[in-house]
Design a binder for this molecule. Structure first.
Ligand code: 6PG
Length: 471
């Protein structure tokens, strides 16, 4: 071992962990990684050009003793038990004031517990969301840190150097207290689910309603990925339709089984929405559609019974594609609105003090949900408006796209399509901007069968009625 005191330590030298270290090394920081697997250590050191400032070791002790004080150590291991086991592995070698970062997609409640336990031992624990996949980690991710602000100060120069940049500004900022970083990353993923679901609904309608082939699909998404809809997810979608299959004739996308996986962050976002409560139906519908898609055997069986198929959509092709683009815009905008609303609500419930302006700033580059729509949201949070829907620019955009989403949904539903993210977005909009809803009837029903009481719109108080008298 050499005598270098390293700037940053990493536990877990998988692709993400190694790429982040190599990114740091490119920016002049000395880095050391710990992994039990010698092959991963070798890979990191080779990729780092075998220079002493990019080092791999096989025990926690070796890594910890080679770090500068306070030690900054990131874990990039799967959420759940592995995180706790790495913490136990590190703890005997740490000193008061050292900082452990969980850079994975951990549940924010677990992060809160770990902050408390480690604080008692004098160790700072930071939950940091990192988005952008392998390429982002290597060349500039979006980073969502939360936790102790003083501890953040120690790592800020490193994170700012390695993050993605938009107009020269780093896509990292201190996002609040406690588990703020992991909460924001969880909701980032919830929005990711909603936008992906919405794109897949457009794909379904374009392919099975307008009978576009893969070349045409690629062209449509490429076209959409310009101007106001420019986004990472549309960009990769256009590329996916070009990819030929290596092992057979045709395109790879057509060979992929239609069962969507999920690691939990979307579901956690929905659960948090129910707990707070805060309505996020577009995100909920995206989570639900992944579950429906995973029930492939049941779908096959039911299809044989119902013989229910999507039909051709009878409409002018070019005009309909334009409408669909606007319907997608509406759904994407509502996805961001719901995501930001739940962050705002959770921030005040859990005293996280999350700066929404900075959340949007961090999301503008490097992350999976980056898009040209986000600068619009940054402008919203320049004023201290809490409810995005009150903003004039957002209102103008939603009203501009409203006729299109109504038209698309009615045509798609009539042709047997299930555009649930679009329907949820429209249903949310149609309800949230309405002064009166039919829930007076629900209150009457609750009071009728359960004496649950109700409030009146003409006088103060809590009321109960003996409804049976009308029988
Ligand atoms: C990112 C991604 C990343 C990961 C998701 C996938 O921001 O880089 O969100 O975190 O790809 O966890 O989640 P699912 O497996 O649940 O789709």
């Amino acid at each position: 071992m050499n005598n270098i005191k390293y700037d940053f330590g990493m536990v877990g030298l998988g692709t993400m962990g190694s790429n982040l270290l190599l990114n740091m090394s490119d920016h002049g920081f000395s880095v050391i990684g710990y992994d039990k697997n010698p092959a991963q250590i070798k890979k990191l050191e080779e990729a780092g050009g075998n220079k002493p400032t990019v080092k791999g070791v096989d025990t926690a002790e070796k890594m910890v003793s080679a770090l500068k004080h306070p030690r900054i150590i990131m874990m990039l291991v799967p959420a759940g038990k592995p995180v706790d086991s790495v913490i136990s592995d590190l703890l005997p070698f740490l000193s008061k004031g050292d900082i452990i970062i969980d850079g994975g997609n951990s549940h924010y409640i677990d992060t809160l517990t770990r902050i408390k336990t480690l604080n008692d031992a004098g160790i700072h624990f930071m939950g940091i969301g990192i988005s952008g996949g392998e390429d982002g980690a290597r060349n500039g991710p979006s980073i969502m840190p939360g936790g102790d602000k003083t501890a953040y100060g120690y790592m800020a120069p490193i994170l700012e150097a390695i993050s993605a940049k938009v107009n020269g500004e780093p896509c990292v900022a201190y996002l609040g207290l406690g588990a703020a970083g992991h909460y924001v990353k969880m909701v980032h993923n919830g929005i990711e689910y909603a936008i992906m679901q919405s794109i897949s609904e457009c794909y379904d309608i374009l392919k099975n309603g307008l009978h576009l082939n893969n070349d045409e699909l690629s062209q449509v998404f490429q076209e959409w990925n310009k101007g106001e809809l420019k986004s990472f997810l549309l960009e990769i979608t256009a590329l996916i339709f070009k990819k030929k299959d290596d092992s057979s004739q045709g395109f790879l996308v057509d060979k992929i089984l239609d069962k969507a996986g999920a690691k939990g962050t979307g579901q956690w976002t929905s659960e948090s929405g129910l707990d707070l409560p805060m309505p996020i139906p577009t995100i909920d519908s995206a989570v639900m559609m992944r579950t429906i898609s995973s029930r492939k055997d049941e779908r096959i069986k039911l299809h044989q019974i119902y013989r229910y198929e999507p039909k051709k959509i009878e409409a002018n092709k070019d005009e309909f594609i334009k409408e669909l683009k606007d319907a997608f815009y509406f759904t994407m905008m509502i996805s961001y609105i719901q995501g930001l609303a739940i962050i705002e609500q959770a921030s005040s419930e859990l005293n996280m003090n999350i700066p929404l302006h900075d959340v949007v700033k961090v999301w503008r580059g490097g992350c999976i949900i980056r898009s040209e729509m986000l600068p619009l949201f940054m402008d919203v949070f320049k004023s201290d408006v809490k409810n995005v829907l009150e903003n004039n620019a957002i209102k103008t955009k939603l009203l501009e796209k409203l006729p299109a989403i109504k038209s698309v949904i009615s045509k798609a539903v009539n042709a047997n399509f299930p555009p649930v993210a679009m329907m949820s977005s429209l249903g949310y909009f149609n309800s949230i901007v309405r002064e009166k809803l039919p829930t007076n009837l629900i209150q009457a029903q609750r009071d009728f069968f359960g004496a649950h009481t109700y409030q009146r719109n003409d006088k103060e108080g809590i009321f109960h009625t003996i409804w049976e008298t009308v029988l």
